[in-house]
Design a protein around this ligand. Structure first.
Ligand code: GDD
Ligand code: MG
Length: 360
């Protein structure tokens, strides 16, 4: 098995205020653009040729990854003029595949961090003789996902994307966003119009009696669609909980890129990553957070489970917990920002302007 399609288009807007010119897959996680982890994992599983199906800010992918040779891959890029949806995007790149009609082709959502055993998914697909095989995972609240009930042999019985009513929540097994398609099935997706693989292709295939096989496991799995999840994923990569051959350094409590400057008594824990040329001041305490390139965290600041954007500034003694600071934004000294606050790119919060705790 040698080929894969990576879906990195669509609206993709959820991290946008933080990274105006950077599509989500290119935001650094554990020091490298997130997509690098998916590409490196595919490569490690024996994939050689990957087509990136993009539509949103597509022009940033190719200058960074080029022909893929730095990763030992052959990469191609296809840009949709208008987003074609997940199924339309897959169909749109079919002409770039070299596989024969019966060969397995991997397809990945571009925002998933997972320990999926890719070879095992392909093996399951081939053993079952399936038309499409889907990686499934279990979650406590499946409403934001595609529900995939299976029978005792793992054969898919239904595909219910983003169930609306309690009656529709028939299982805690969800589509984990990685598939193996029999190549010939890709060619049956209608061309030239938007198609959702989740809402149209999978239900139609099931209705027509096609064999969709599920492989459920309990490996690491996270959809990085929200900033909160993105920060978690970055920390898990640094900690080694989420396996990736692309983490630039040894896994552990922290990852400090070589050009960063960290004061001797700053404390970095919980999978914190400090990006290139970032500066961390004396006595700062940073836990479970991602500090992107060129950001400055001043002395005594306490940053927990937060994302500090490229070139942003966190003032002295500021407290951030569960916060996203956009690129080049500045949080002045002595502010206290908590759970869910998102500071827009380039915004400036004056010293001591915001606090959550009672007045002192
Ligand atoms: N090229 C292209 N064009 N890619 C697209 C398009 C498009 O029009 N629309 C979406 N994508 C890509 C996204 O970039 C993402 O990588 C992937 O397809 C899935 O789209 P999301 O918008 O992230 O979907 P979701 O997270 O709400 O739901 C999907 O993922 C869940 C798992 O995280 C579905 O596949 C669910 O069934 C699944 O459970
Ligand atoms: Mg998603």
């Amino acid at each position: 098995m040698t080929e894969a399609i990576l879906l990195v288009g669509g609206k993709g807007t959820r991290l946008r205020p933080l990274t105006v010119h950077t599509p989500k897959p290119m935001v650094p996680a554990a020091g490298v653009p997130f997509l690098t982890h998916q590409l490196a994992r595919a490569k490690a599983a024996g994939v050689e040729h990957i087509v990136l199906a993009t539509s949103y800010l597509a022009e940033v992918f190719e200058p960074y990854f080029g022909d893929g040779s730095a990763l030992g891959l052959h990469l191609e890029y296809v840009t949709e003029e208008e987003p074609l949806g997940t199924g339309g995007a897959i169909r749109n790149v079919a002409s770039r595949l070299h596989s024969g009609p019966q060969d397995p082709v991997l397809v990945f959502n571009g925002d998933i961090l997972t320990g999926l055993d890719i070879r095992k998914l392909v093996h399951t697909h081939e053993t079952a003789g399936a038309d499409v095989s889907l990686h499934l995972t279990r979650v406590t609240d499946p409403r934001a996902y595609g529900l995939v009930p299976t029978d005792a042999t793992g054969r898919v019985q239904a595909f219910l994307e983003k169930p609306q009513t309690p009656e529709e929540i028939v299982t805690d097994q969800i589509n984990a966003g990685a598939y193996v398609f029999r190549r010939s099935v890709i060619d049956t997706i209608p061309a030239g119009r938007p198609v959702s693989v989740e809402r149209e292709t999978f239900p139609d295939l099931l209705a027509a009696g096609a064999h969709l096989q599920g492989m459920v496991d309990s490996t690491y799995w996270l959809d990085l669609g929200t900033p909160r999840a993105f920060v978690r994923g970055s920390a898990d990569l640094v900690l080694g909980r989420a396996p990736s051959p692309a983490v630039p350094g040894r896994c552990g409590d922290r990852l400090v890129l070589p050009s960063a400057s960290v004061a001797d008594d700053a404390k970095l824990t919980g999978g914190t990553v400090i990006g290139e040329h970032a500066v961390i001041g004396a006595g700062a305490r940073i836990s479970g957070s991602a500090v992107l390139a060129g950001a400055v965290v001043e002395p005594g600041a306490v940053v927990t489970d937060s994302l500090v954007g490229a070139g942003a500034q966190v003032g002295a003694r500021a407290v951030l917990d569960g916060v996203v600071v956009g690129d080049r934004a500045a949080v002045g000294p002595d502010n206290e920002l908590r759970e869910g606050v998102r500071v827009w790119c380039e915004a400036r919060i004056p010293a001591g302007a915001v606090r959550f705790s009672s007045d002192q």
